[in-house]
Design a binder for this molecule. Structure first.
Ligand SMILES: [Mg+2]
Length: 149
């Protein structure tokens, strides 16, 4: 059973205000350290966390997929564990790809997760451009918050 649900982090599981973080991470040059210092204290978005737990309990594989960098994987892992979010794998932005748009990063990560044997059929995400990309790739994406940033 490899039926998989892809779940984003920022703005989907972790409370995130684009206006607060945009100067760190929403341009082509990323400043990850202040971003992670800020997001370490981000509250969990409870309805999404609850849905992810239900899906996991039902037998779905949960794959975390974020434009956060793989170089800082431990920060994201610690936050997920602290908030008891179940997940089977985590796919993050490859080192050296800071200039690549989130939606392109995630398109490439989708190919990798499929190569690894996951069979995604549903995505939870928030950012308009990313939601549009998941749909263009043939997946059903439930957009959980306004994402025009
Ligand atoms: Mg997001």
């Amino acid at each position: 059973m490899t039926a998989t649900v892809i779940v984003d982090v920022d703005g989907t599981l972790a409370e995130f205000h684009p206006d607060t973080v945009h100067h760190w991470v929403l341009g082509p040059i990323k400043q990850w350290d202040p971003f992670f210092a800020h997001m370490a204290e981000a509250p969990v978005i409870e309805p999404v966390a609850r849905l992810v737990k239900l899906l996991k309990a039902q037998g779905q594989q949960i794959v975390i997929c974020s434009g956060r960098p793989d170089t800082h994987r431990a920060h994201t892992q610690q936050w997920l564990v602290r908030h008891e979010i179940p997940f089977d794998a985590m796919y993050l932005r490859p080192d050296g790809h800071d200039h690549v748009d989130d939606e392109k990063v995630k398109e490439a990560l989708l190919a990798t997760m499929r190569d690894d044997g996951f069979e995604p059929w549903l995505v939870l995400d928030d950012r308009d451009a990313v939601v549009e990309q998941w749909r263009a790739l043939g997946l059903t994406c439930l957009q959980c918050a306004p994402g025009d940033f």
